[in-house]
Design a protein around this ligand. Sequence first.
Ligand SMILES: [Fe+2]
Length: 291
Amino acid sequence: MSYTTVDLTPRIGTEVRTDLATLTSGTIARDLRVLLEKRGVLLFRGLRIADEDQIKFASTLGTIRLEHGLQITKITPDVAKSPIFADYTKGTYFFHIDGTYTDMPGLASILHARAVAPAGGQTEFGNTYAMYDDLSDEEKNYLDGLEVIHSAEKIQRLANPNPTPAQIAAWGEAVNPPKRHPMVWHHRSGRKSLILAHTIKSIIGLDQAASDALLERLMTWAERPEYIYRHDWQVGDLLIWDNTGTMHRVVPFDLSCGRELDRVTLLGEEPITGPFRYHDQSNEKTAKYLP
Ligand SMILES: [Fe+2]
């Protein structure tokens, strides 16, 4: 069998209909990579794939990144099953891009739904290429000149306004140092996307009030319905998102309901690059682009 596709929304998300043997054979891997970059999210309904097949399929698309030594990690608030990620669940209720505390975020993640929430628990994805493309030229030029600071602590504090010392020890800035990035990612392909996330704690060169106001305005823009695909999970769904061209968040759900997704992440293939680093490895030219 080859495959057929059905777009889930006009701007983001495509369902791919095929069978497991085709996926794991790698015969359509090149097509899927192109489609993933173009559509942001690819969905394969009802596959109920085994762990080894999820790993095999992921390997046809890129290089699997070990997470704490594992090829597959459990994404669940059940601390017994996911001691590493359970405490981060509430932070995922806010739009973010995985790995913005590093120079090179993962290329993509592949989720397999093992158990779903009876209410809530959907995952929403936003197309950060489309958000950028639709801006006015004036706005593009302005945002192209900005750099921002991403902080894990910033997004975790949104979810946990009164953190315990143990939480600060787990995700505070002392252990997860903030990271400077451009506001706009200049991809090797020539396309540009916003690196927009609630991990941004400040915009360099703006005071905090102006920074917060600009981020709020951009987030309001980013959450326009035409940029968003909300995935309503069914057991057995396999879904890939392009982590370099989308942002995502989870709709709040009952943390005791047993929701459980298996995740495989692919290594990043290009570092985040903005207009400055694109031409010059230093950040020293930033100031002249600011208002
Ligand atoms: Fe995430």
